[in-house]
Design a binder for this molecule. Sequence first.
Ligand code: ZN
Ligand code: ZN
Length: 338
Amino acid sequence: MTPLFRPQPVNDPFGDPVVYVDFLFERRALLFDLGDLTPLPARKILRLSHVFVSHTHMDHFAGFDRLLRLCLGRERELTLYGPPGFVDQVEHKLAAYTWNLVHNYPADFTLTAAELHADQSLQRACFHCRTRFRRETLAPLVLHNGILLDEEGFRVRAVLLDHDIPCLGFALEEKLHMNVWKNRLQDLGLPTGPWLKDLKRLVRHDAPDDTPVRIHWSDHAGEYERTLPVGQLRDTVLQIVPGQKIAYVVDVVYHAENARRIVELVGDADILFMECVFLTGDTERAAARFHLTARQAGTLARAAGVKRLVPLHFSPRYSDDPEALRREAEAAFAGDDA
Ligand SMILES: [Zn+2]
Ligand SMILES: [Zn+2]
């Protein structure tokens, strides 16, 4: 299976936790957390369409200025998501600069900020560069099950977690992944073409098996048309596999309710990016700072049936021995430390 997304941490594990998710078949990307973006080249930052901010401690939000600066003067739209209070914080960031000349810019940049509340409401505002980023409140949305973004091929879900303050954990789920058996198309005498996109959309929306799919094509010898039912095409020319799931959880304290929410959110993820801030010997310190130890992270990843755990957000106190954190997380993930 060729996955749709390629996720990658932007910084080393002692740097700010930021995960860049590139789309393999589009010039587009998503970002989880908005800390230090220094290693990212401008062209990669300009691919971002949506940025998911767990909370606004500086190590998760200080990259806002670089992002803003690159987007200014470009005809672009960008949406940022965060926890309660986030829209005000974005407004305040924007209010820290002077915008007397921006109404002359040839292109408008539009920033939308949205914050998820415990009652599943998504409070939103947008800010246009041309109008000096004056806040325009948008009608709130009521979400279902924390789904912030629901597109044709994927969705992004968030849950509110406890970091002394509300902090969001995220899961990006590709919907059904459909590959086309080209040899079977040939056997049926059918061409590739845009109709395959229609077929995939119908399958994704659970269209009844007898829904007709019209296939129209031409070659040097003439024009052709055939109509076949969705069910038959699905069963012969498509290979349907579950999509990729990528999860991101940082800055959370270890307690039963957080653990329950995390395991539910990240269940069966192909890749989980998770903070492993302290070693077990520093469990009290971890609790006092509302962070996880590497063992707690590994235990949660194991309980959730995650396939691969990528540890992030190491405390600088272990800069001499980052392998100790990795080993501890791995052992707990493998179930070796009971
Ligand atoms: Zn934090
Ligand atoms: Zn942090």
